[in-house]
Write a protein that binds this ligand. Structure first.
Ligand code: SF4
Length: 370
């Protein structure tokens, strides 16, 4: 509901100035101390903005320093193999982002002499760099006055201006125009980050904390907006498999590489599936829930001896024994990484000879992660 006397979507010049001033003052005091806020390196900012799309901040905070340690410069990233880049991305999901970042790094070397373009318009022409990422990098790293509108910003603006919530579609039209007008000319990067921060910490999707909101006074809805519809979660059972063997002095795991022409997650490594109906012949080790967009996957993990490989479903890609100590260097699917960590199969695990099988079709489980 819009407050009475409020004209939706219209802001006076003074109203905008007040909004900017209050938002930036709040951001200066309350901004979370996140690793990518300690740098002015355009490459590092670009990496963080790419990771932050579709991945939670706390997860990115864990992966970001490791990724930069491995690929500290644009040149290092461009020189790396795709398998190495995917291995460092493993667990972050949506691997298309990693491939695009890698491809873009090479394009910057080849077409821009290794210098990252300074404007959103040119950044957007790089492979896989969307409108949001281009605007975020151009404003934060180079101070261009452009609006970076992600889901959080869209929600803040929709509520503040009293627009009807139209997910996604609003970003391209009226809302984007309003966002551009609102961006602070002197501190565009901070302004964009402050808007994202407000959406992520105060103007929450459900239950916005309006009483502590720095721009509450001018907000058209102040929490009286329509509640977002609850996402209906589907559930599916799954089965995948892994066998571990010890060959003194090393321990190895049987993994399968997805075909190079697979529509989702090409070339990534995963646990092989098991034959449907054979689960009764295996010993249960673990059940994992793996949530992807609107689906909860319940994955059952079984123990399997080396000579029980006949219980695995037919391979669709190449299978190989991977030494446990090399697993971190392999581009593993997120589900596979999760299972190997949960079972402490990854380096540091001292158990021996176990086998793991996860139900039905892990490939389907991770299709959203492409
Ligand atoms: S007052 Fe409430 S609804 Fe309005 S912008 Fe602030 S947190 Fe969001």
């Amino acid at each position: 509901m819009i407050r009475s006397g409020y004209n939706p979507g219209v802001m006076s010049k003074q109203g905008m100035e007040k909004f900017r001033r209050r938002l930036l003052a709040w951001f200066d005091e309350h901004a979370r101390d996140l690793p990518w806020r300690q740098t002015s390196d355009p490459y590092a900012i670009w990496v963080s903005e790419t990771m932050l799309q579709q991945t939670r901040t706390n997860v990115v905070a864990e992966y970001y320093p490791r990724f930069l340690q491995r690929f500290p410069t644009l040149e290092a990233l461009a020189r790396a193999s795709q398998a190495d880049v995917l291995a460092s991305w493993s667990g972050l999901g949506y691997y298309r982002r990693a491939r695009a970042l890698h491809e873009s790094a090479r394009a910057v070397i080849a077409e821009h002499g290794g210098v990252i373009p300074r404007t959103a318009a040119v950044l957007h022409r790089l492979p896989g760099v969307g409108v949001y990422t281009a605007a975020a990098v151009a404003s934060i790293a180079f101070g261009e006055r452009v609006a970076a509108v992600d889901g959080n910003v869209e929600r803040v603006l929709t509520r503040y201006l009293g627009h009807e919530p139209v997910p996604g579609a609003a970003r391209s039209g009226q809302l984007r125009q309003a966002a551009l007008q609102m961006v602070d000319a002197k501190r565009p990067g901070d302004f964009n980050q402050a808007m994202m921060e407000l959406g992520a910490t105060i103007c929450l999707p459900r239950g916005p904390l309006c009483l502590t909101c720095p721009v509450r006074e001018g907000c058209a809805t102040q929490g009286e907006h329509p509640a977002p519809r609850k996402r209906k979660m589907l559930s599916r059972k799954q089965a995948l498999g892994l066998v571990q063997r010890r060959q003194w002095p090393k321990s190895e795991v049987l993994l399968e590489q997805r075909p190079a022409d697979a529509a989702q997650m090409p070339n990534m490594w995963e646990l092989p599936a098991v034959k449907a109906g054979k689960e009764g012949e295996m010993s249960l080790l673990l059940t994992v829930r793996h949530a992807i967009t609107n689906t909860n996957y319940y994955v059952t993990v079984y123990g399997l001896a080396n000579d029980e490989q006949k219980l695995l479903a037919k391979a669709t890609g190449e299978r190989a024994w991977i030494p446990v100590r090399d697993l971190h260097d392999k581009p593993l699917t997120g589900l596979t990484l999760k299972i190997l960590k949960r079972l402490k199969v990854m380096p540091g695990y001292s158990g021996g000879g176990l086998a793991v099988v996860v139900g039905e079709l892990a490939r389907d489980a991770e299709k959203e992660f492409a």
